[in-house]
Design a protein around this ligand. Structure first.
Ligand SMILES: [Zn+2]
Length: 240
């Protein structure tokens, strides 16, 4: 009986009908065939499962999208009056991975800071947000003080920008992070008339307490790029 059933199955489905099939061999073949059908069904259903689509979409956004085209006017727009910002202070997260939401959770839940994320902006490195993606924090949207330096007076007038990465011990900023940082600083410094001398690294404020944003942070290169952009603009204005 077994022999007959499996012989028919194997002959019809996988073409082994030209030889006799032992019942145990038939069982194995049938089980293999069943598993292949189940696995194929699972693969096909995953393509149509909403969670799979979201996961794939996030992966696409995280790794493939260029963030150089982010509209800073739109990104930095708020519904409240802007503060008279005077400084820009650059930080690193001192973590190899992260994004605004993760740092916000840490600052809100672990540090117990009422307003959460200490910085006004976070620039991703492709770990949990896009490589070079600028994320806007709650403090910027509400135009309230930062919590990114130990100096309360400084926090009231200084915009805090944090790049994801540990630039003291293991990482260097990605090219996309540097591009986004230069664009953001250039935009903010023009908007609030912040002079080049007021664009600082965290460690310039607390020289003995922190290495932030780390020894691998190319501050001189960033200042040079900003000056080049400013001089090009001046040339353009003079030509006009
Ligand atoms: Zn810092």
């Amino acid at each position: 009986m077994y022999r007959k059933i499996f012989s028919i199955l194997t002959r019809n489905l996988i073409g082994f009908g030209n030889r006799a099939v032992h019942p145990s061999e038939g069982i194995i073949q049938c089980l293999s065939l069943t598993m292949i059908i189940i696995a194929s069904g699972l693969c096909i259903s995953l393509l149509f499962f909403p969670g799979a689509k979201v996961k794939w979409a996030n992966r696409h956004v995280t790794f493939d999208k260029s963030f150089h085209a982010q509209n800073l006017d739109h990104l930095c727009n708020t519904d409240v009056n802007h503060r008279p910002w005077e400084y820009i202070v650059i930080h690193h997260s001192a973590t190899t991975k992260g994004n605004a939401a993760r740092f916000d959770y840490y600052h809100r839940e672990k540090r117990k800071w009422e307003h959460g994320l200490a910085y006004h902006f976070v620039i991703g490195n492709g770990s949990f947000s896009g490589d070079g993606e600028i994320e806007v924090g709650n403090r910027w949207k509400r135009q309230i003080h930062g919590a990114h330096t130990a100096n309360a007076a400084c926090n009231r007038v200084a915009i805090g920008i944090c790049l994801v990465g540990d630039f003291e011990n293991s990482d260097i900023p990605t090219e996309n992070q540097i591009e986004s940082l230069v664009r953001l600083i250039q935009y903010l410094s023009r908007k609030y008339s912040i002079p080049s001398s007021n664009i600082l690294q965290h460690k310039q404020i607390h020289q003995k307490c922190t290495a932030c944003p780390g020894k691998n942070f190319p501050f001189a290169e960033i200042k040079t790029r900003l000056l080049q952009i400013a001089s090009k603009r001046n040339d353009l204005i003079q030509e006009l």
